[in-house]
Design a protein around this ligand. Structure first.
Ligand SMILES: NC(=O)CC[C@H](N)C(=O)O
Length: 309
């Protein structure tokens, strides 16, 4: 495969004048402290080569990107039965919306909106204490990235716990429908901690490599999921990974992707590479503004869009 370092360098140079655009998420107070001008990018190809630019080795809060890892874990534990508790359709609503739950039996539309990820946290909790479930998630992410240093930022977890009123509302609402089966405080304890995992772009790109390489990690040789499961997770990322901005992301970038309000995006080019970008300013849908531009430029330059060159 080609040397992508010149492409990554060029994207960073081109975007320098735009760093700081968008709005840093401040509804989680701890995230509001992040420098809005940060920018990192890491591409790991299926041969294990890494190309990076900017602050690619500075950890940031992965937030909703964790939903890819918890979905993978829940599928591993419960298989297709998870779809009794969460759907797999785009919501067309914001990431923290409650509206559809009332009409749809408390069942969230997909695992990548907050309600859906909270339902998935409940599934991971089955038979465990919250502490064990959180430990299992962190160990899984370390295994995917092949990096034992990955950890939770406790200040971010506390910040969410103290201010996550909307998530408490979603969880209580779902509990009333029987979609959650554990105490709401336990489920949200798991959810807030998974969102507070801190990772660098390089670690994140490595952890997504199994989705680009038909379910196995070509660096470690570990089989993570079957080919079919990798393909299906990619399909969900493409259709639901950017909330009510998923159509726009597919149009502009054309890759399965998952964003987080920390300003990170994990994108997958099947058969080619896993890519992570980080720029804290968000667009109106809560997706990284400059990060999306970086991926759009990368897709244009490489022809990696799943919809064709
Ligand atoms: N879109 C996101 O990244 C949201 C995750 C965040 N922890 C929340 O629950 O609000």
């Amino acid at each position: 495969m080609t040397d992508l370092q010149p492409v990554v360098d060029e994207i960073y140079e081109a975007l320098k004048p735009r760093l700081g655009e968008g709005r840093v998420a401040d509804y989680i107070p701890q995230l509001a402290h992040v420098d809005p001008k940060k920018f990192g990018m890491a591409v790991v190809d299926v041969e294990g080569r890494v190309f990076r630019a900017g602050d690619s080795d500075e950890p940031f809060s992965i937030q909703s990107i964790s939903k890819v890892f918890t979905l993978t874990l829940a599928l591993g534990k419960h298989g297709e039965a998870i779809w009794n508790r969460v759907g797999r359709e785009p919501s067309g609503s914001s990431f923290n919306s409650i509206v559809q739950l009332e009409h749809e039996g408390g069942k969230p539309r997909n695992p990548f909106i907050n309600a859906g990820a909270i339902a998935v946290s409940d599934l991971i909790l089955a038979g465990h204490t919250p502490r064990e479930a959180i430990g299992e998630i962190v160990r899984f992410v370390r295994f995917l990235a092949d990096d034992e240093t990955i950890a939770i930022d406790p200040a971010v977890a506390r910040s969410e716990q103290a201010t996550g009123f909307r998530n408490f509302a979603l969880a209580n609402f779902m509990r009333s429908f029987g979609i959650l089966t554990h105490p709401v405080e336990h489920v949200l304890g798991v959810y807030f901690h998974q969102c507070a995992i801190a990772m660098t772009c390089t670690q994140l790109a490595r952890s997504g490599l199994f989705l680009a390489a038909a379910g196995h990690n070509p660096i470690t040789g570990h089989l993570v999921v079957s080919k079919q499961r990798a393909r299906r997770i990619n399909a969900l990322m493409l259709t639901c990974g950017h909330y009510d901005g998923s159509g726009d992301f597919a149009y502009r970038v054309g890759l399965p992707g998952k964003s987080g309000v920390g300003g990170g995006i994990l994108a997958v080019a099947p058969g080619k590479a896993s890519v992570a970008v980080w720029a804290p300013g968000l667009n109106e849908n809560g997706n990284s503004l400059v990060g999306s531009l970086a991926l759009e430029m990368l897709a244009n330059r490489t022809g990696w869009s799943v919809f064709g060159q």
